[in-house]
Design a protein around this ligand. Structure first.
Ligand code: HEC
Length: 125
């Protein structure tokens, strides 16, 4: 059987895009440390320096962290942070919750959003 370089190349491409699409908590941790950590902690009972502590955020009602003064917009949003809601919010916070006080433009790459959610799930079971 004759295998062309072109065929090998497409196989490699398919394999690499499949890996790129899988959620990675490890990559998510890196992104979190670069883009979220300045304002958020993820440890249990951790502080809410600028934004609310995110331990257990997956599955939690928006704007309900004890001891943190969430915006009215967040409290009234009626959101429960499942993966879909987090996905929308992290992509474009102000589009998902108009009036949110999270001053963050949003994660531009869908893969980054998926990875950060995987990380949040891992650290807040
Ligand atoms: C400049 C500071 C800042 C950065 C950077 C930031 N946030 Fe926030 N975040 C906030 C603030 C402030 C709030 C509270 C928003 C409100 O009450 O309207 C918030 C709220 C949230 C909430 C809702 C929490 C709840 O209990 O309802 C989530 C989830 C969240 N941030 C995740 C992230 C993630 C993930 C990143 C990184 C990709 C990030 N944030 C980056 C400041 C920040």
């Amino acid at each position: 059987m004759k295998v062309t370089v072109g065929a090998l190349f497409s196989v490699a491409l398919i394999l690499s895009s499949a890996t790129a699409m899988a959620q990675s908590a490890e990559r998510g941790e890196r992104t979190f440390n670069q883009q979220c950590k300045a304002c958020h902690t993820v440890d249990k009972g951790g502080a809410s320096p600028i934004g609310p502590n995110l331990f257990g955020v997956v599955g939690r009602k928006a704007g309900t962290v004890a001891g943190y003064d969430s915006s009215d917009a967040m409290k009234k949003s009626g959101i429960t942070w499942d993966e879909a809601a987090l996905g929308d919010y992290l992509k474009d916070p102000k589009a998902k919750v108009a009036g949110t006080k999270m001053l963050f433009a949003g994660l531009k790459q869908p893969a980054q959003v998926a990875d950060v959610i995987a990380y949040l799930k891992k650290v807040s079971p």
